[in-house]
Design a protein. Structure first.
Length: 219
């Protein structure tokens, strides 16, 4: 049965309903607007954090460009302590690692690359760090460690050619020239047009094939 109320009755029913439920409505509105305000504040805070991290990162690049490693180190520590989750910090670690290698401080470079590999965002930064760390391991004669790094990668997307080249370098270091040739050929097949050093890969492939034939290692 449809109930019909006049305006006074409707007003009274509304008042009664609000008396019973008004507190909950007000609380809901407070929570809703509070959440919205809090989210906006969080967004502003995030944007401010990113701006500050960007400024610190640019300063680090300036210091490295000037050859002022000490100032760059101090700046990097500021980035790491204040903006550890920022993509700028991982990128800074990559630049610092290069500077450490140029300064002959390989162990410190490895630590920086490990940090970028484990903490970097986006995923491409982690892959770059993994590739560079693997190359450092190879330069130190640690072929097994380099291969272990590649095997542990969750994804090689976009880095397939580079990883194949490193596997070829590792095989060559072990004296496995036929395997090295196979990896270099694979790297050439995977190399996208306009990327990488195709001529250098072709030289490596030719040398590996020659060495494999000379040592009787041809497959």
């Amino acid at each position: 049965m449809v109930e019909i109320y006049d305006s006074h009755e409707q007003s009274e029913r509304v008042k009664g309903w609000l008396a019973e439920n008004g507190g909950a409505i007000v609380l809901g509105l407070v929570l809703a607007f509070g959440s919205l305000f809090g989210f906006k504040q969080w967004q502003l805070w995030q944007q401010n954090e990113q701006r500050q991290a960007s400024v610190e990162y640019e300063l680090l690049l300036e210091f490295l460009g000037e050859g002022n490693l000490d100032a760059a180190v101090a700046n990097y520590e500021t980035l790491k302590k204040g903006f550890e989750g920022s993509a700028y910090t991982a990128l800074a670690a990559l630049h610092m690692a290069r500077a450490r290698i140029e300064a002959g401080q390989t162990e410190l470079a490895e630590q920086l690359l490990e940090y970028a590999m484990n903490q970097g965002e986006p995923a491409a930064v982690r892959s770059v760090a993994r590739e560079r760390l693997a190359r450092v391991k190879l330069a130190l004669g640690q072929a097994d460690a380099a291969l272990a790094l590649l095997d542990a990668a969750q994804s090689a997307e976009g880095f397939e050619a580079r990883f194949a080249e490193i596997r070829g370098d590792a095989a060559r270091t072990r004296g496995e020239h036929a395997a090295a040739a196979e990896y270099y050929a694979q790297a050439l097949d995977l190399l996208e047009a306009g990327t990488g050093d195709r001529a250098w890969l072709e030289i490596k492939l030719a040398a590996a094939k020659l060495a494999a034939g000379t040592t009787g290692d041809a497959s």
